[in-house]
Ligand binder design. Structure first.
Ligand code: GTP
Ligand code: MG
Length: 136
């Protein structure tokens, strides 16, 4: 079974979509939330988390956006949860995301795409250490 890191981005929190999005995750059979916290992300945390994008044109605005308000960070455990939550989220560009997906239903702007979810087992392991270093 897998474990993944999910962030409900500041736009999701501001727009009152926390319950809506967590509800979709909760309703999937057999997935369990094992950590959940509202928190403001430091520049250091964001630099570690989005290090792969450093130097790209969207990096600075992305970090500014991600620190524009609190996020909800959660850890979800379950069968194929990494691929599963990426599927629930939809593609990065919300206009390309199908209706029915989180980004497809609620997003318009690429940067303000509501949710982050680890994209592979390696990413999940790396990101979980950044956000929940003490989780067993
Ligand atoms: P995350 O779950 O947030 O990592 O999204 P992702 O895995 O779907 O996309 P990726 O890791 O490639 O990019 C991280 C974030 O940077 C995206 O979620 C967007 O918010 C933003 N981003 C990525 N590509 C672009 C782009 O071409 N333009 C803009 N403005 N933002 C981008
Ligand atoms: Mg990503």
């Amino acid at each position: 079974t897998q474990r993944t890191l999910v962030l409900l981005k500041p736009d999701a929190v501001r727009r009152g979509l926390i319950g809506e999005i967590i509800g979709r995750i909760e309703r999937k059979a057999g997935w369990t939330i094992s950590a959940l916290e509202l928190r403001s992300l430091s520049q250091e945390t964001l630099e570690q988390h989005y290090g792969e994008h450093k130097g790209k044109p969207f990096y600075e605005p992305l970090v500014a956006f991600m620190s524009s308000g609190p996020v909800v960070a959660l850890v979800v455990d379950g069968e194929r949860v990494i691929e599963g939550i990426r599927q629930l989220a939809g593609p990065t560009d919300p206009i390309a995301a199908a209706p029915g997906s989180i980004r497809g239903d609620f997003g318009v702007i690429v940067r303000e795409n509501l949710i982050h979810a680890s994209d592979s087992e390696e990413s999940a392991e790396r990101e979980l250490k950044i956000f929940f270093p003490n989780l067993v």
